[in-house]
Design a binder for this molecule. Sequence first.
Ligand code: SF4
Length: 334
Amino acid sequence: MTDKQPLLKVRDLCTYFYTEEGIVYALDDVSFDVARGQTLGIVGESGSGKSVTALSIMRLVQSPPGRIVSGTVELLGEDILKKSRKEMKQIRGGKIGMIFQEPMTSLNPVYTVGNQIMESILLHSDCNRKQAKERAIEMLRLVGIPLPEKRFGEYPHQLSGGMRQRVMIAIALSCNPQLLICDEPTTALDVTIQAQILELINDLKQQTGASVIMITHDLGVISRVADEVMVMYAGKAMEYGAARDVFTQPRHPYTAALLKSIPNLEEDVERLHVIEGMVPSLSKRPQGCLFHPRCKQAMTVCQEKRPALTTAPDGRRVRCFLHSDAVEKEAAHG
Ligand code: SF4
């Protein structure tokens, strides 16, 4: 692959869950790229498909009931959806590292944190145990854990939430992954620790040259770290473009509504703006635009037809009839 090619290229990815209530279209025809050394932010409410995107890339969708139905996930030019289970095990924790929301559920309570970092290093490298231990201590130091030699022998419950998240980052980065997927990495932490963890992920990204996918419902987090952003709703990408542009000039009504719902300390408002209504059931999706029941700018066409994701001349992609020729053509025809 050439340097111009993205590190990760996802095309037309569909992941459905086959339940008794019907098919849940958790991820429906999603495409995006992650460039080398860049951070893609994926944002949306619960049920928008953000986490299923991460699980699909890692091939960790629970099956049954879930299944990746179609699409490709190319990492360094190779479709990892075609890899065997054994190969995927090497890719996970090797070329791709992952950090989850709640480290307590990802860390094993009966092993010391040092052992858990070592285990990952031994699985994905040629290190012997002595080298793996040295590397594990180095990783603890790198993620800002004081007295790393002492912490090496401690158990997860002996550490604070912020420290546990640092251990998860150490595990994820211990094999120099090219891609780091962070799924709500700071949601369970208080605001000060949240800022420190985001700063740490950003610093480590600069140091290692890794690309990052940052998944969160929090636009404030994305605005601090992302180069590009994809806004998801009901399993589909609604808007996708350079983070700075999307934040300053959102084009999709859903993105605009999400941005309005961020608390602003400088504005004297009595009540926070909320997006009225609920994310639709993914097994009984509304006809037309999936956002139309909640959209203040909905038109008649929005109830009847589903808008496509169209690309503007400046590269911004938006799934909305307000930004598509289709409506203009319909209007011209009467
Ligand atoms: Fe709103 Fe229509 Fe655009 Fe959907 S297509 S976001 S309903 S204006």
